[in-house]
Write a protein that binds this ligand. Sequence first.
Ligand SMILES: Cc1cc2nc3c(=O)[nH]c(=O)nc-3n(C[C@H](O)[C@H](O)[C@H](O)COP(=O)(O)OP(=O)(O)OC[C@H]3O[C@@H](n4cnc5c(N)ncnc54)[C@H](O)[C@@H]3O)c2cc1C
Length: 469
Amino acid sequence: MVFDVLIVGGGVVGTAIFNKLVRIGKKVALIDKASDVATGASKANSGLVHSGYDPAPNSLKAKMNVRGSALFDALTKRLKVPFKRIGALVVGDDEKMIKNLYERGLQNGVKGLSILNRDEILKKVPNIADGNLVALYSKTAGVVSPYYLAISLADEGILNGGKVFLEEDLVNAEKEGEIFKITTKKNVFHAKNVVNSAGAGYNDVAKILGSETYPLSFRRGEYFVFGDTAPLNLKHTIFPLPTRLGKGVLVTPTIDGNYLVGPTSEDGDNITKTTYNGLNEIKAKASMILKNLNFKDAIREFSGVRVISGDDFIIEKSKKQAGVINLAGICSPGLSSAPAIAEYVTELLGYPLKEKEGLKELKDYTLLKNLPLKEQNAKIRENADYGEVVCKCEKITKGDIVDALNRPLKIRSVDGIKRRTNAGMGGCQGGFCFTKVVNLILKERKISYEEVLKENRGSFVALGNIREV
Ligand SMILES: Cc1cc2nc3c(=O)[nH]c(=O)nc-3n(C[C@H](O)[C@H](O)[C@H](O)COP(=O)(O)OP(=O)(O)OC[C@H]3O[C@@H](n4cnc5c(N)ncnc54)[C@H](O)[C@@H]3O)c2cc1C
């Protein structure tokens, strides 16, 4: 088969493009070197849908952010992905900077912005730290699970005829007339167009495709996760004033009820790790915006890596290799922009945005605990798996996990289940449910212990039996 488009990279941007192209009726394949979608920057970020006051006016970032944010309500409703516009405050003592941000927001076309004084801030954030006298309030800022969004975009695309291929190592690309022949270690793909959405792997892929490479740099961001029992009494995202390095160390509720505190901004390699210095920096900076942070409430630390290409996103048709679309340096606000980037790339490919008729709707995978009690009881009566709690901290049932394993994109990793159900994300961090999840993967996938992964290839949960069973 010759695909209309082959997308390399299944982060939130690649899956958004995949989903859109499938919905307009194109034959699309998405390949990723990882064992699941959303294992790059899209799994480790703040999960904020920014309203768009921060990027420079007229930049691609500003346009994509504002349009992307506007598309989130309908998109997440259609995919049944939880999304809430909880509002964000940028706090500080520099009224001039706050006014500048406000003006920039207006220029970018952001709705729902206002400037708050200390009393007004206190009404929204009773625990705001002293010294924060003025704030920009952005009513439309929201929170979403970035990986759950990417998974759902991929699943809906597959349901409607798109193909996703995981664990694909790109080896070669050549052109046979107008058609690309893309060779991986496992497969050969033929496609009329190729979209390079490989995030940190952009330049490696560009070299194989014969398209432009760019000077890219990496900037790590470390975080603390606080559990949902942390007594923060926080309803909005709180940012400090932005600096040259980014939006700064923020505190935010997540869509799942936990809290994130971070990220740092450290230039370096594409390596995810947390460090003593990074975590101490978060403690010091976050305490300048909220009074009641107790880092004993932290249940985990993690980090993600931003890919930077100067001041703006690069999204353009390759001049060196006709038929290739380059997406480089898709750092923040890439999550917020993803639905708009998908439209933009569709147009760059020369396709109309109009979607075809008769598209299939993604099943509702709402976790049992999030359903009204009456529906929970009905589901348990119908299928006892929903009455068996596997992850005690997050109250995730066997039925939820079996559903996740039977979603359109088939995965075999414990972390893949975690991203789909939150099993293992609570206070004990999988101490109780890890082996139970492994056993469910074995049963549903019909694979052996040695094939179950923690996350990516090589991260086996078991190497073999130590005695016959
Ligand atoms: C610390 C941090 C905080 C952030 N906070 C926010 C925020 O709150 N809001 C917001 O809007 N944005 C935020 N961002 C930015 C956002 O996370 C990114 O813009 C977005 O996730 C980028 O998505 P992507 O699909 O381009 O890249 P990725 O998610 O990195 O996906 C790239 C994919 O390409 C695959 N790949 C790489 N090389 C190859 C290869 N050779 N062959 C095949 N596949 C390959 C990878 O496996 C990966 O799946 C943040 C980023 C970071 C790091």
